[in-house]
Ligand binder design. Structure first.
Ligand SMILES: *[C@@H]1O[C@H](CO)[C@@H](O)[C@H](O)[C@H]1NC(C)=O
Ligand SMILES: *[C@@H]1O[C@H](CO)[C@@H](O)[C@H](O)[C@H]1NC(C)=O
Ligand SMILES: *[C@@H]1O[C@H](CO)[C@@H](O)[C@H](O)[C@H]1NC(C)=O
Ligand SMILES: *[C@@H]1O[C@H](CO)[C@@H](O)[C@H](O)[C@H]1NC(C)=O
Length: 454
């Protein structure tokens, strides 16, 4: 009882705080590419291969000195759907992008183009870049399918293609739309990829070691019909997307992680142990219903997009498109309102936070792209439309509920100590040793609090 009360008091103290410490690292009016010559660039524009107004960045990843962005082919005129910029080249805030791994890989004139239209990429700690390619071009106009979605894995040491896994037909349903990806890379040889299907709600699990995938179904992957109403920058629209945000915890002693997840049209967060997902027999059986956990609701208007868990601090970062906001939850605490904080909110620069990542240098990165304006209206090429925000994780969570409470703790203990001392002394007229009773309580308290917080 008393520990609950202390917990509540403490969370109340920190829950009200928020910060807004991110700054803009890169920004663009329109995306541009580094062609070999400016003649080639003009030729691409003249032929309609490159229509700057149709290129919008969606996914983001940072590995060493390269920052990757995906540029899905919503409409025609996207010359490369995966590209990067060099973080060492800080000469401009609006850098042109280089195609990854090459121009040839994006050539749609090929019978089997290497890459068609990936939405998300993830660089693992083993130096591999995982690319989830939907293989559909023109989602918004002249839709063309190039085949079943693929998972491609590149070696980031030399950009060679290491692996290409085509999702088998029975794991790809009518309306399937695989847009989100998480990689469990605790063991480089025994790595697992998780691909979220938002269109026909499900999760495709891929084992690097056994080179096969399977599809997992669960009710919690479905959209909430009451949570499909969005309003972003004055544009109202209704979506019914299922499983979307995926984030993996650090592996436990058992070697398995917790997968946190949510549908896009939902205000709920859920979790499941990867021990369930990684066992093909179990994961594809009907017996897993109870292995999935409901963590709770974030509250009204908090439909969440991309999410990412920083394994070092255990802080989950997530995007809130309806609120022009990025928020956090310290996963060592219960999923309550008070254990979460705003990290950044801005009604101009954070319109549709589309992707959120933390790199190996402990930096948080957030890409905002005004997606609903691009889909339902028109982006104005004269103003800044796309931004990449960054800050160190430490700066980002400073003075929020997600900050590690190492320093404020003694103060709070002291204040509680005063209250407790009073109580103990009041009751201690018949007690032989009030001081030792009080210090015993203090020690117990300290223990309870450290258990709760770390
Ligand atoms: C880029 O910077 C990193 C340090 O962030 C350094 O290790 C690397 O050598 C640099 N690369 C180039 C091409 O300058
Ligand atoms: C959808 O959201 C908008 C903006 O928040 C609101 O004005 C509208 O009433 C909502 N519509 C429904 C059907 O809930
Ligand atoms: C996988 O799950 C099945 C069904 O629950 C179980 O019989 C089997 O032992 C599990 N395999 C492993 C390797 O844990
Ligand atoms: C940003 O927009 C929200 C909701 O539309 C509004 O409540 C908030 O006051 C706005 N913030 C600023 C600084 O304009």
């Amino acid at each position: 009882m008393i520990s609950t009360w202390i917990g509540l008091l403490l969370l109340w103290v920190v829950g009200a705080l928020a910060n807004d410490n991110l700054h803009v690292a890169f920004e663009w009016r329109e995306m541009d590419f580094k062609y070999d010559t400016s003649d080639q660039r003009w030729a691409a524009i003249e032929k309609g291969d490159f229509k700057p107004a149709n290129v919008i960045p969606f996914g983001l990843e940072v590995y060493k000195h390269r920052l990757f962005v995906t540029l899905p082919r919503w409409r025609a005129g996207v010359p490369a759907s995966l590209a990067y910029l060099d973080l060492n080249d800080t000469s401009t805030k609006m850098p042109a992008l280089k195609p990854f791994p090459s121009w040839e890989a994006h050539n749609l004139a090929e019978a089997e183009p290497e890459l068609v239209s990936p939405f998300r990429v993830r660089a693992d700690r083993c130096g591999r870049l995982w690319v989830l390619d939907l293989r559909i071009s023109g989602v918004l106009e002249k839709t063309k399918m190039y085949g079943a979605p693929q998972l491609l894995v590149y070696d980031l040491h030399n950009d060679d293609l290491l692996r290409r896994h085509t999702i088998p037909a029975e794991q790809f349903k009518q309306g399937s739309f695989l847009a989100n990806l998480a990689i469990e890379d605790g063991d480089c040889e025994n790595t697992f990829a998780y691909a979220a299907d938002l269109g026909s709600p499900g999760l495709v699990v891929y084992s690097w070691k056994s080179q096969e995938s399977w599809r997992v179904q669960h009710h919690f992957f479905h959209p909430d019909p009451m949570a499909g109403n969005f309003s972003v920058n004055g544009i109202e629209f209704q979506w019914d997307d299922g499983l979307y945000g995926l984030a993996l915890s650090k592996p436990m002693e058992t070697g398995f992680s917790t997968l946190y997840f949510h549908p896009l049209c939902s205000t709920m967060e859920f979790s499941v142990s990867t021990s369930v997902l990684r066992n093909k027999t179990l994961a594809t059986s009907a017996e897993i219903y109870r292995d999935f956990k409901v963590l709770g609701s974030r509250g009204p208007n908090t439909q969440a997009g991309a999410e990412f868990l920083d394994q070092e601090t255990g802080v989950l970062f997530y995007a809130l498109p309806n609120l022009n906001e990025v928020a956090c939850w310290r996963t060592s605490q219960d999923f309550t309102h008070n254990a979460q904080s705003r990290i950044f909110r801005n009604n101009d620069s954070m319109i549709f936070p589309s992707d959120v990542k933390v790199d190996q240098e402990k930096r948080l990165w957030v890409l905002s792209n005004q997606l609903p304006v691009f889909i339902y209206d028109e982006l104005y090429a004269g103003s800044i439309n796309f931004r990449i925000h960054t800050a160190s994780v430490k700066e980002a969570i400073e003075n929020t509920a997600c900050e590690s409470r190492t320093s404020p703790l003694p103060d709070i203990i002291n204040k509680l100590g005063d209250i407790l001392n009073t109580n103990v002394i009041l009751k201690s007229t018949s007690d032989a040793s009030p001081m030792s009773a009080s210090s015993l309580m203090m020690a117990t308290l300290g223990l309870l609090m450290s258990l709760r917080l770390f």
